[in-house]
Ligand binder design. Structure first.
Ligand code: 6GU
Length: 256
């Protein structure tokens, strides 16, 4: 997968892509990330990327021309290489659709992504209307710009690509892929400061362990993110268990 990111702050991307699984994925050419400085696509002497809003109001807006030209350039370069179809052009902004594991999975099927990081007080509406094919937000809070959001999106997408993680099982069993939160996990030592690992995990009985983990995942989701359970794939018995807990006004002991 090739990912082109348009930003006014290319330096911000130095860290995340040079460490850990990301660096390995890039080194192994499973993903190629190119950072483009929007300022490089200006033509005036002062390299102007922003300007006042028509109609007045505080704050500067990102101008459309450098952004259109940057997107057109990276599309053209890729097409010359591959003869590929139009890639998604994703504007990162607090007004976008809320990013989720489902969107990450959807995007992980693309061979080329173009991400535009918004900045300042906003962006000329024509970018949104005539250039971006999608607009994504990572949550209901306001960041200084789309850069950190772009890193979040790229991280979530890249780890779904074949071969990026050590084992495909680790991605498949994640919280949110199964639509349940993860069950509690323990490693050595067996007793730490008098806190023992749950006995069932030491039993060697894998059917029991699987059952316990599944139950813990459901209970934890019910306690922390009951909204997720509506969409989770539960067996009829599990669904009944959840419904009975939900109906009970008193908090069951297991949920405390
Ligand atoms: Cl994508 N951009 C900005 N500026 N703020 C955000 C966001 C994006 N997602 C959540 N907050």
């Amino acid at each position: 997968m090739k990912i082109d990111i348009l930003t006014l702050f290319p330096q911000m991307f130095q860290g995340p892509f040079s460490e850990g699984i990301f660096k390995r994925a890039i080194d192994r050419k499973l993903v190629q990330v190119n950072i483009h400085n929007i300022r490089d696509y200006t033509h005036d002497r002062h390299h102007t990327v922003d300007d006042y809003a028509y109609g007045g109001g505080a704050g500067m807006l990102l101008k459309p021309e450098p952004i259109f030209e940057a997107v057109e350039k990276v599309k053209q370069d890729f097409h010359l290489e591959k003869g590929a179809k139009e890639p998604p052009v994703i504007l990162l902004s607090p007004q976008g659709r809320l990013f989720s594991q489902q969107i990450a999975e959807e995007l992980s099927g693309c061979i080329h992504l173009i991400l535009i990081c918004g900045r300042y007080e906003g962006i000329d509406e024509r970018v949104r209307e005539h250039l971006a094919t999608d607009e994504v937000s990572i949550g209901d809070y306001v960041l200084g710009g789309g850069e950190l959001a772009a890193m979040v999106v790229v991280d979530a997408v890249a780890r779904l690509l074949p071969g990026v993680l050590g084992s495909d099982a680790s991605a498949r069993d994640d919280s949110h892929t199964t639509r349940l939160l993860e069950y509690p996990q323990y490693t050595h030592p067996e007793v730490y400061r008098a806190w023992a690992v749950p006995e069932v995990l030491l039993s060697g009985n894998h059917a029991q362990i699987d059952k316990w983990r599944r139950q813990q995942a459901i209970l934890r989701t019910l306690k922390r993110r009951p909204d997720l359970l509506d969409k989770a794939e539960l067996s009829p018995e599990e669904r009944q268990l959840v419904d009975s807990f939900k109906k009970a006004k008193a908090t069951p002991e297991v949920l405390k």
